[in-house]
Design a binder for this molecule. Structure first.
Ligand code: ADP
Ligand code: MG
Length: 228
């Protein structure tokens, strides 16, 4: 496959930061291509740079070296405003700690990305609520929901704009095993049925093994793991 078919192209990506004892190399010359519809897991110990990598791919942070092309756009050429627009158009995010807005209901949280785009689409919000099984909870505030329900709401919010890319950073990290498995199911269903390209950062080997590919991050380098 060629670069121009890839949704994400990363070449020679490095990230260094200044620490108290000099420079720390978090990511070291990483190359990566992610193709439309794929599910890719990135595994690695805590502190190995997984969140840093996702942040760079989403244009939330700038690399020290290397280039990132996302949906055909070279991130280095975009200013903050253009990056924000690209994120809103292309990427849905799911985080370990849900990041729902506490004073908004489940329904309002899910509608938020549409509102940021100046769209109002109650039908789509309803469909998103239904797809994660939260219709009954739509008027609830996040804190009155269980962790699994909050994460399902966060997934609905990530997906309501039908982004091509779904970035999930330890999405099951705060959930018990059974609930984590349900949340995983939901992410894979969005990947399979809606063709969303899934980039999943996780400690959870079981979840990772269900992806098309597993990549391991260690000492700043990204290695492909042989399929199980
Ligand atoms: N802006 C920063 N300044 C200094 N150190 C950082 C910065 N961002 C991340 N780090 C360090 O880089 C390493 C990788 O962090 P992170 O990407 O959060 O890892 P992971 O998500 O795999 O746990 C950690 O040691 C973290 O402390
Ligand atoms: Mg992290």
């Amino acid at each position: 496959m060629h670069d121009n078919h890839a949704l994400i192209v990363v070449r020679g990506l490095s990230k260094r930061v200044r620490g108290p004892e000099g420079e720390i190399r978090i990511l070291d010359r990483i190359d990566l291509q992610v193709f439309p519809g794929e599910s890719v897991a990135i595994v690695g110990a805590s502190g190995s740079g997984k969140t840093t990598l996702l942040g760079l791919l989403a244009g939330l942070d700038r690399p020290s070296e290397g280039e990132i092309i996302l949906a055909g756009r070279r991130l280095a050429e975009l200013d903050e405003e253009a990056l924000a627009a690209l994120r809103l158009a292309q990427i849905g995010f799911v985080f370990q700690s849900f990041h729902l807005l506490p004073h908004l209901t489940v329904e309002e949280n899910i509608a938020l990305p549409l509102e940021l785009r100046g769209e109002r689409d109650p039908e789509r919000v309803r469909a998103a609520l239904a797809s994660v099984g939260l219709e009954e909870r739509r008027r609830h505030l996040p804190r009155t929901l269980s962790g699994g329900e909050q994460q399902r709401a966060a997934i609905a919010r990530a997906f309501v704009t039908l982004p091509r890319l779904l970035f999930a950073d330890e999405p099951t990290g705060n959930l018990d095993r059974k609930t984590g498995r349900r949340v995983g199911e939901l992410l894979f269903r969005l990947n399979r049925e809606r063709g969303a390209t899934l980039l999943l950062v996780t400690h959870d080997r079981e979840l990772a093994s269900r992806c098309d590919r597993v990549l391991a991050l260690s000492e700043g380098r990204l290695h492909s793991e042989a399929p199980a």
